[in-house]
Ligand binder design. Structure first.
Ligand code: FAD
Length: 250
């Protein structure tokens, strides 16, 4: 077999979509892209052989959505594979070059489209203000959400590294909203000369949807009733969350 033509190499790179990060955002993105590519785009671009389209998730850990129960992680992997998504676990990205993703100890991937979902960094303002920060520029806070040594400074939302029961709370909207409310209440307490109270996070559950197609197929099974499939869910009672649940809107 000879070397592929330069045009062929370019075409393959253009049809390769690399998603860095197999957390909730990466998984949702890959699912939605797969549905789009294998669905409407097939009808719109009849000259393209869609068997050449590759959707790849690169995840440094050995599991997708690693903070979810194991059965949910396995379900996600299986589901994405069935949708034609190529999942590379233990794949650590070293560099994203203009037309290549460079991996540690694995073959590089030629692509023109890279979607980065492997995390965000806090604004450098915390560091610049002299506050200690940890991974991602987040400020480790006391249970009251105050910065250590600074009872006059509260840090909430993505900027805060809030530790509860030995784990750092995830960077999600629920944590941001609840911590903001708790900090506001503590500020009012301080103004009234009272002691600030520790923040307690109420995990109301999480949902990751892997493409819209599943919604319609489940809806059909339910005789047309409106349903939301909760592919992946975790909540206050994690014991009960060892399988994939379906939730219904009646
Ligand atoms: C792609 C993606 C998908 C996500 N999906 C979900 C999801 O499905 N569910 C979920 O719960 N969470 C999701 N999240 C996380 C969620 O968006 C964050 O946890 C949440 O927005 C954090 O709220 P925040 O107020 O702390 O920060 P932000 O929402 O980031 O708000 C900070 C604001 O401050 C502004 N700002 C920054 N620096 C300065 C400055 N120096 N001066 C003035 N303003 C400044 C910014 O412009 C921004 O508007 C997602 C995040 C990303 C990136």
């Amino acid at each position: 077999m000879g070397c592929p033509e330069p045009g062929e190499v370019r075409r393959k790179a253009l049809l390769t979509f690399v998603i860095v990060g197999g957390g909730a955002t990466g998984v949702e993105y890959a699912g939605a892209l797969s549905e789009l590519v294998r669905g409407p785009l097939v009808r719109d671009y009849r000259t393209i052989d869609f068997r050449d389209v590759r959707i790849i998730i690169l995840e440094a850990a050995d599991s997708l959505v690693a903070n979810m129960p194991t059965s949910v992680c396995l379900y996600t992997l299986e589901r994405l594979k069935r949708m034609g998504v190529d999942v590379h676990l233990g794949a650590k990205v070293l560099e994203v070059a203009p037309d290549t993703v460079i991996l540690s100890g694995q073959d590089n991937i030629s692509t023109r489209t890279v979607v980065w979902t492997a995390g965000v960094k806090g604004e450098p303002i915390a560091n610049l203000s002299g506050l200690a920060t940890e991974r991602g520029g987040r400020v480790p806070v006391l249970p009251t959400l105050q910065a250590p040594g600074h009872p006059e400074i509260y840090v909430v939302g993505d900027m805060a590294s809030i530790r509860e029961n030995g784990r750092v709370l995830p960077m999600v909207a629920q944590v941001a909203i609840q911590s903001a409310i708790a900090a506001a209440q503590n500020i009012l307490r301080q103004i009234e000369g009272k002691t600030p109270q520790p923040f307690r996070y109420r995990d109301r559950g999480a949902m990751i949807t892997i493409g819209p197609k599943e919604i319609s197929s489940v809806r059909k099974q339910a005789g047309g009733r409106m349903m939301i499939p909760l592919h992946l869910i975790s909540g206050e009672n994690k014991q009960k969350m060892n399988e994939v649940h379906l939730s219904f809107w009646k």
